[in-house]
Write a protein that binds this ligand. Structure first.
Ligand code: ADP
Ligand code: MG
Length: 628
């Protein structure tokens, strides 16, 4: 007899049930969503066939919101209300934004973070991100034809707890059940199936539009650790565009360029760069205010122009290796991510550096979303037998508490696989001390001031003892969702205090609840409006068909019957202009019920007519309302 199989709670679906789950790559420039269908990852495209959704949100005066390509189209005409790069603002205070490029919208201080001032009021980066996620969730639900059970969203490996929590909140506001937040490089590595190997070190090279990220991953027994991260937040495909612009300007000689000329030049330079990925040479054609120009740009020249940029990326790779005290021959795989890794010069130089070809089989734009989708599929319980590995994520930064002198005692070191719990004993500093302040911090530095403060709480009720005699056990626990709980317990008295760490970036629970409620209540209003419209349409249809039936076959009714139907029809007619969908529905039901006998008599008549040579179809359907 076969044994009963018992699934881990929440991990397994019934055999035929496929739970819809998506992976979302919430990018700085572009975002996209993928899912796993019949075991194969599929990237979801919009109606126009476009997979990428620009991570841009526009707030309009009339209260509506545009996202993606529609919003992007207004970036120049409505810069103050068109928000891009919100990801760079997530869980960041104003002082932390100094290193960012200038953004054309107004950034104001908000409790603990920043907000963007729009015609629709101040919007937090979390709310902006939620709009993008909402668009992708809707795309998924429309295409997959059902409700999503869960999502996995990716974040850069260097995101701290607050930024991860902010991303998770954005998902929640978008109505998603965020099963897990995972690292972008980890997702990319998963997409290539590197998890199936036993133990190895992988380098993920992600060159996007404006940023370059390197992550060094170690994989052993299904656990991914981030051994190191690096890169350059101000180096990306845009810099390659600028190199082409500079070259074109030197070709032009002493031609004066207007602002419009410069914009066109940048567009054409970018197009030329992308063309050179597929062809060895391309023509850069310019229609400038001073006249028309055309220059041939070869890949050989392009590679020379951009060599220093590619070299810079490889220096960052070398730095990450050096920090991790590894040699490049200890790296067993290199995964390329980001649109700019399509450039042949990048692929060639990366290969030359490591001495083997990087993994490139998956579209570098999609690879992160694909890996996230695979993880989401497993978390939803759709995995095939023997394929039910789960990614164990790790804490991105160390967690600890402040000790005397403003120092930090680390309790959970960074890169600990989660879930994890660790305890450490502390003691009192003063004779007779009856309370202790616990200050929870995150970061790698030894002094409190250089770390991020996460929470503070107090343990009271310590029995008075000599300094150093009390034994206070502090326990840190990080659950699978990277949420931290901290408790402190005095061992002799059992006095205890604890806290679940609230992210310190400003969104209070109340605010999240409010935003969730706003989302829900407008969803409710949308549904009401839709129901009303549907009832109105149905009522109108019934009124028209009743009227036409009366014209044709009114002679089948007695005067009393006729006036009863008229009364019921008037009731529908008066309800239809109101806003009470239920009232319309009731009136419609009464009218259809009140006309049942009439309909039967008409049926009899039409059958008799058919027998007399007329077609049943003519007789039955010639009262169909026209034009609806
Ligand atoms: P991000 O991660 O910053 O959101 P992406 O990964 O989407 O950015 O990469 C965008 C960059 O990729 C842009 O600079 C774009 O010009 C570049 N890119 C896209 N396609 C190609 C191509 N075929 N050849 C060269 N560069 C490309
Ligand atoms: Mg990217």
């Amino acid at each position: 007899m076969a044994l009963f199989q018992i699934a881990e709670p929440g991990l397994s679906a019934a055999p035929h049930e496929h739970r819809l789950a998506v992976g979302i790559d919430l990018g700085t420039t572009n975002s996209l969503a993928a899912t796993v269908k019949s075991g194969e990852p599929v990237v979801l495209a919009d109606e126009a066939g476009r997979q990428l959704l620009p991570s841009v949100v526009r707030y309009l005066k009339d209260g509506s919101v545009e996202t993606g390509w529609d919003a992007l189209a207004h970036a120049e005409s409505d810069p103050r209300n068109t928000v891009y790069s919100a990801k760079r603002l997530l869980a960041r205070g104003r002082s932390e934004l100094k290193t960012l490029p200038v953004l054309p919208y107004e950034i104001v201080d908000a409790p603990g973070g920043v907000a963007i001032r729009t015609v629709q009021g101040d919007k937090s980066p979390v709310e902006v991100s939620a709009e993008i996620l909402k668009t992708l969730a809707k795309r998924a639900e429309t295409q997959l034809g059902g409700e999503l059970t869960g999502a996995v969203i990716t974040v850069p490996a260097y995101f701290d707890d607050a930024q991860r929590q902010a991303t998770k909140d954005a998902g929640k506001i978008a109505g998603l059940e965020v099963k897990r937040i995972i690292n972008e490089p980890t997702a990319a590595a998963l997409a290539y199936g590197v998890d199936k190997e036993s133990s190895q070190k992988i380098m993920v090279y992600d060159l996007g539009g404006g940023t370059f990220d390197v992550s060094l991953l170690k994989l052993s027994r299904g656990v991914f650790e981030v051994l190191g991260t690096g890169g350059n937040a101000a180096l990306g495909g845009d810099d390659f565009d600028h190199a082409v612009v500079d070259w074109a300007v030197s070709q032009l000689g002493s031609v004066e360029l207007t602002a419009e000329d410069r914009r066109q030049l940048l567009d054409r330079a970018k197009a030329a760069k992308e063309a050179l990925t597929d062809t060895p040479e391309t023509v850069l054609k310019l229609e400038l205010s001073s006249g028309t120009h055309a220059f041939t740009l070869t890949r050989v020249i392009f590679d020379q122009l951009t060599k220093s940029l590619v070299d810079e990326t490889l220096e960052a790779v070398a730095n990450v290796l050096r920090d991790a005290k590894l040699e490049k021959d200890q790296i067993k795989g290199v995964v390329l991510v980001g649109g700019s890794t399509r450039m042949p010069c990048v692929r060639r130089e990366v290969e030359a550096y490591f001495g083997f070809a990087p993994l490139t089989g998956i579209d570098p734009d999609c690879v992160v979303a694909v890996g996230a989708a695979m993880q989401a599929n497993k978390l939803a319980g759709n995995a095939a037998e023997g394929e039910d590995w789960l990614l164990l994520d790790v804490t991105p930064l160390s967690l600890g508490i402040e000790t005397m002198g403003g120092l930090v005692e680390k309790i959970i070191p960074r890169n600990s696989p989660i879930p994890v719990a660790r305890a450490q004993d502390f003691t009192t500093f003063r004779d007779g001390q009856t309370a202790m302040a616990v200050h929870v911090v995150q970061g790698e530095r030894e002094v409190v001031d250089a770390c991020r403060s996460l929470a503070r709480f107090e343990l009271r009720g310590i029995p008075p003892m000599a300094a150093g005699a009390a034994r206070i056990r502090v326990t840190f626990q990080v659950d699978a969702d990277v949420l931290l709980s901290v408790s402190a317990r005095e061992m002799t008295s059992g006095a205890e205090a604890s806290i679940v760490v609230k992210p310190s970036y400003g969104l209070t629970d109340e605010e999240i609840v409010r935003m969730l409620q706003e989302g829900n209540s407008s969803a409710e209003a949308d549904m009401q409006a839709r129901k009303l419209r549907e009832e109105q349409v149905e009522a109108k249809r019934l009124l028209e068909s009743t009227a036409s039936a009366l014209t044709q076959d009114g002679d089948l009714l007695s005067p009393e019957e006729q006036s009863e139907i008229d009364r019921l029809a008037r009731a529908v007619g008066s309800a239809i202009n109101g806003t009470d969908a239920d009232m319309i529905h009731k009136a419609v039901e009464a009218l259809s019920k009140g006309t049942e006998a009439f309909a039967e008599r008409r049926m009899d008549r039409s059958i008799r007519a058919a027998l007399a040579g007329r077609s049943v179809n003519d007789a039955l359907f010639d009262e169909k309302p026209s034009g609806s």
